[in-house]
Write a protein of this length. Structure first.
Length: 316
């Protein structure tokens, strides 16, 4: 009797695991033009705004790190519930309209079939590929979540994190030190506001104004765009020197003391992560292969999603 019960439980859990497993051909029959449609929406947006790829890549990361990849980052605040989107770490997320446009186009072809979480994962992949980076098959079949709470975003890693805080944040989500270094390479695209790195260039500690690990000329250029008590609203700096190309310049600059965040610099404070930074700096292929592997792992962080939203901003 006990053996039959154990067998039944095992069978049920296997079935539920299989039901949750993502697959590359998930929509082959139900929405065959999905990938083309998402790709077109990303391409169209990029033609008008070069900052779109960076925005989509970061949006996917912030989605996956909170409640898994369930599109919780796309939901809008409602009534008394303040959504993730409106919390401080997400205020600078942008280009949500790209996902909305892709979703609208997908809904006209295959209504109520494709999750917003899958669309975001595809859009992030396309953002990388269309910026000159690698491409890969995105496993699909995610469901959209119904919960989005601003307070959850406290669990996102912060730009002042040291290596052990970063390691902890990643390992809590099943991601390794190699994933941490490879995914930090996402900082090959995009921009940071002064507030995200001011800790390094003003009042660094009791005796130093500037973080001594920053190259002096680079620190001077950061201070000139972000003076103390900066008043310019959107002032900031590019995350690397080739901000719209997906390449390994981020790692090369990091080795020269020209990274933006303390959390980037922290990758040099541990022998294992430092060796990976050097490897990726000297070999773009190694970086791209590792990045693809880690993106697939990150975008597999499962959420408790239960539905397919019709509008990515609201639950059904
Ligand atoms: C390792 C921990 C990480 C920390 C602490 C971190 C922190 C940050 C911060 C503070 C910003 C700038 C926000 C602003 O000032 O507007 C930023 C930008 C960005 N991050 Fe990260 N990040 C991390 C990992 C990642 C990962 C894993 C990815 C993607 C794979 C990523 C992709 C990006 C991109 C593309 C931007 C530029 C966004 C834009 O220009 O719109 N980051 N990150």
């Amino acid at each position: 009797m006990a053996a039959t019960l154990a067998f039944t439980l095992l069978l049920l859990s296997t079935i539920s695991c299989l039901a949750n497993a993502l697959s590359s051909n998930y929509y082959d029959h139900t929405c065959p033009r999905l990938e083309y449609t998402v790709n077109s929406a990303v391409k169209k947006a990029m033609m008008n705004d070069k900052t779109v790829p960076a925005a989509l890549l970061r949006m996917h990361f912030h989605d996956c790190f909170i409640r898994g990849c369930d599109a919780s980052v796309l939901l809008e605040s409602k009534g008394k519930n303040k959504a993730e989107k409106d919390a401080p770490p997400n205020i600078s997320l942008h280009a949500f309209y790209v996902i909305d446009n892709a979703k609208k186009a997908v809904e006209t072809q295959c209504p109520g079939v494709v999750s917003c979480a899958d669309i975001l994962s595809l859009a992030a992949r396309d953002a990388v590929a269309l910026s000159g980076g690698p491409t890969w098959e995105v496993p699909k079949g995610r469901k959209d979540g119904k919960i989005s709470k601003a307070s959850d975003t406290r669990q996102l890693p912060g730009p002042t994190f040291n290596i052990s805080q970063l390691q902890q944040s990643f390992s809590q989500r099943g991601l390794s030190m190699e994933d941490l270094v490879a995914l930090s390479g996402g900082h090959t695209l995009g921009f940071a506001h002064c507030s995200s790195f001011q800790n390094r260039i003003h009042n660094f500690n009791a005796s130093l104004d500037t973080d001594p690990s920053i190259h002096p000329s680079f620190a001077a250029s950061l201070r000139s765009v972000c003076p103390f008590r900066n008043k310019v609203r959107n002032a900031g700096a590019s995350l690397d020197s080739t901000t719209t190309s997906f390449d390994n310049a981020y790692y090369k600059l990091l080795l020269q003391g020209k990274s933006i965040f303390s959390s980037d610099q922290a990758l040099l404070t541990n022998p294992k992560t430092k060796a990976l930074v050097s490897k990726f700096a000297s070999n773009q292929n190694e970086f791209e292969n590792a990045f693809v592997k880690s993106m697939i792992k990150m975008s597999n962080i499962s959420g408790g999603g239960q539905e397919i939203r019709l509008d990515c901003k609201v639950v059904r």
